[in-house]
Ligand binder design. Structure first.
Ligand SMILES: Cc1ncc(COP(=O)(O)O)c(C=O)c1O
Length: 445
């Protein structure tokens, strides 16, 4: 087990050879743990932190409430140090040939101008059709689907469309880091409910029913449910979703579900869409997108499916935020959603193989792994390495060992809760995973 920076590790990897010569000081100090800017954790930036200018404060108070994305910063760190990037969740292998051809054909056919603001007809029809095939529910593509610039925009457009100042949004933590800033930008206050790591090997992440109930009150506008979950790999069970459903109905709350890992499931785990539960059709916004299912995170095509009245509000926000998602890539989206069922089976199996390639290497290096049931991340416990916290360990990994990860604290409101965790993404080529495994083996020495 490695202690801090061993002399041997120092000898085997010279700092200057890893860092590009053009780089100045490493920007690691940008990695403030946790999504809230330190000054803002307990409210708006304090007057003490504002310069005593006679003039105006040029920045919005809102931006003082969160830091830049740690996940995306780790990708920049990986590039700076030439490290293997197991931080950000984007595949480093090609997208399916069929959908690339569909995109090329659309550009060739001069699909170059704005699509209909809320989405090209072909893509909305395909989304509605597949909601029928996959979830067994009937969706009206004319009235209930909004195509956005990624599920990221679908989430913020939804929150902006439904939240007023003073509303509260319940979020399970650890959480995909966008949800915190999304809530703040929409004027809502995030309320966090803990997902607790499995107590035994192969166990599940769980939440406390009473803690969840306590998070709901008359101010609760919505709950965000991400299943399969990033970063934990948890797939919410029917019983858990029914419990959430009961609270949503009792407190008259919306469920906003992020289902972008819907097709990435292991060991026969079942994905259940909240919208299919009794009583939820009228109070669920289902968010999904092309990024993860079709390995095209840079195309920026996602969508929100919601009842007509909510869809109208989402469409208004979306229109003024972005006008629309890339038109030719929406046509490719319609082709992607027409791929046969075998495509999805192969996708999940490919990720199972990758997970089972990386996890033994992580365990052998000294990480305690929480086995994911879905999505393409492994959350790990780093206690065995004896580091002060996750950020200093992640810094050591990227700079000295040559592997970029995401510090656990970026998935929690209070950085202390993630101080013993880092997340690895395994949506990578076998050779990338092997290169990372080879570097991580140095931790054992
Ligand atoms: C849970 C979750 N939602 C949304 C996104 C972003 O999706 P998109 O590329 O569709 O904006 C990610 C990306 O990692 C994610 O993990």
């Amino acid at each position: 087990m490695a202690k801090r920076t061993s002399n041997k590790a120092k000898k085997t990897r010279s700092r200057s050879s890893r860092k590009t010569s053009r780089s100045k000081s490493p920007p690691f100090d940008k990695l403030k743990a946790g999504f809230l800017a330190k000054d803002a954790r307990n409210g708006a930036p304090s007057s003490k932190t504002r310069p005593p200018l006679a003039g105006k404060q040029f920045l919005s108070d809102k931006v003082g409430h969160f830091t830049e994305s740690v996940i995306r910063e780790m990708t920049r760190q990986a590039m700076l140090y030439g490290a293997v990037n197991l931080a950000q969740g984007f595949p480093d292998f090609p997208a399916p040939a069929e959908i690339k051809q569909a995109a090329q054909q659309a550009v060739g056919a001069d699909v170059n101008q704005y699509a209909i603001t809320w989405g090209a007809t072909s893509l909305r029809n395909a989304i509605a059709r597949q909601m029928g095939v996959w979830q067994g529910i009937t969706v009206d593509p004319e009235k209930e689907v909004t195509v956005c610039c990624g599920s990221t925009e679908a989430m913020i457009s939804t929150l902006l469309a439904v939240c007023n100042a003073g509303d509260e949004v319940v979020i399970f933590e650890p959480f995909y880091e966008n949800y915190g800033p999304d809530s703040v930008l929409s004027g809502a206050k995030p309320k966090f409910v803990k997902l607790r790591p499995p107590a035994t090997d192969g166990g599940e992440w769980t939440f406390d029913e009473k803690e969840l109930r306590r998070a709901f009150d008359k101010h609760t506008k919505a709950i965000i449910v991400n299943t399969p979950n990033n970063p934990t790999g948890k797939v919410f069970t029917r019983a858990e979703l029914e419990l959430i459903r009961d609270l949503c109905v009792e407190f008259d709350v919306l469920a906003i579900t992020d289902e972008i890992y819907e097709h990435i499931l292991y060991e026969g785990t079942e994905h259940i869409s909240m919208v299919t539960l009794d009583g939820m059709r009228e109070r669920t916004v289902t968010i999904n997108g092309m990024s993860k299912t079709y390995s095209v995170t840079g195309w920026r095509v996602g969508w929100a499916v919601a009842p007509e009245k909510i869809t109208n509000a989402i469409r208004k926000v979306h229109d003024f935020l972005t006008v629309g998602a890339p038109a030719p890539l929406q046509e490719a989206g319609a082709a992607a959603l027409s791929l046969p069922a075998e495509y999805y089976a192969k996708l999940a199996e490919g990720y199972r193989v990758r997970r089972d390639r990386l996890m033994p290497a992580l365990s052998a290096a000294g990480f305690k792994c929480f086995r994911p049931r879905g999505a393409y991340y492994v959350m790990t416990d780093i206690s065995a390495f004896g580091y002060k916290d996750d950020v200093s360990f992640a810094k050591y990994l990227v700079q000295e060992i040559g592997v970029a990860t995401v510090p656990g604290s970026s998935f929690y409101r209070d950085p202390r809760d993630g101080a013993r965790q880092v997340r690895f993404a395994f949506c990578k080529k076998p050779e990338t995973l092997d290169a990372a495994a080879g570097k991580l083996a140095a931790l054992r020495r």
